[in-house]
Design a protein around this ligand. Structure first.
Ligand SMILES: NC(=O)c1ccc[n+]([C@@H]2O[C@H](COP(=O)([O-])OP(=O)(O)OC[C@H]3O[C@@H](n4cnc5c(N)ncnc54)[C@H](OP(=O)(O)O)[C@@H]3O)[C@@H](O)[C@H]2O)c1
Length: 191
């Protein structure tokens, strides 16, 4: 598949357009997923995340600051602060006339990825619909396992974990501000 890719090379004039090989662009990009899930893969309920864990928010910020973040329109709407600062906010929507301030809109994952430079390190931050679409492309999953059963209406998609290596698995104890024990995991794609 070839895509129109206006951002390369960097000194292109406005009218010049370049076509690059999409698979080459994709393989140069280090796409990460960052998510937090309950015991049963719970991710969200009624447009919100079912827990409040400052330690996990801190991890999320540390991972994503300075990187492009890609999200679905519903996750964008759920953000308490829009846009998330110091990150390029990229939102997927199929609605042609939807408009927002502070984010770039894209009609498909391919369009969003094509708008990134070679060797970009984007983070896909949800929700479930968008995780499902980016899972085959991701090289890394940063997963916070929140060790509790939650009521939920949105769940992380099924993952073939045999295709992934668990390379970090940090225990994080609950405390007065963080109501649940967690594990901060990092998974890398085997091949
Ligand atoms: N626990 C976590 O780590 C975590 C992370 C993020 C979000 N969440 C939670 O997850 C829930 C939201 O997740 P969700 O799965 O319902 O929604 P979502 O993935 O955030 O957004 C879905 C929307 O994204 C757009 N979209 C998806 N795929 C697209 C594609 N291929 N091309 C163009 N647009 C596309 C569509 O927008 P349009 O309808 O506008 O076309 C679609 O309705 C909320 O409860 C949120 O709090 C949890």
């Amino acid at each position: 598949m070839e895509v129109f890719y206006p951002g390369y090379p960097v000194n292109a004039t406005k009218k010049e357009t370049y076509v690059c090989d999409y698979s080459e662009l994709l393989s140069s990009q280090n796409i990460s997923i960052v998510a937090a899930v309950g015991n049963r893969g719970e991710m969200g309920k009624q447009g919100r995340i079912p827990w409040h864990l400052p330690k996990d928010l801190h991890r999320f910020k540390a991972l994503t600051i300075g990187h492009p973040i890609i999200m679905g329109r519903k996750t964008w709407e759920s953000l308490p602060t829009k846009p998330l600062p110091e990150r390029r906010n990229m939102v997927l929507t199929r609605q042609e006339h939807w408009a927002v301030v502070g984010a770039e809109l894209f009609a498909s994952p391919a369009e969003a990825l094509a708008a990134l430079p070679f060797h970009a390190e984007p983070f896909v931050i949800g929700g479930a619909a968008v995780f499902q679409e980016f899972l085959p492309l991701a090289k890394t999953i940063y997963l916070t396992r929140v060790l509790h059963d939650f009521e939920a209406d949105t769940f992380f998609p099924a993952v073939k974990w045999e295709e992934w290596n668990l390379v970090e698995d940090e225990w994080v104890s609950k405390d007065e501000k963080n109501g649940y024990d967690c594990k901060f995991q990092k998974w890398e794609k085997k091949y």
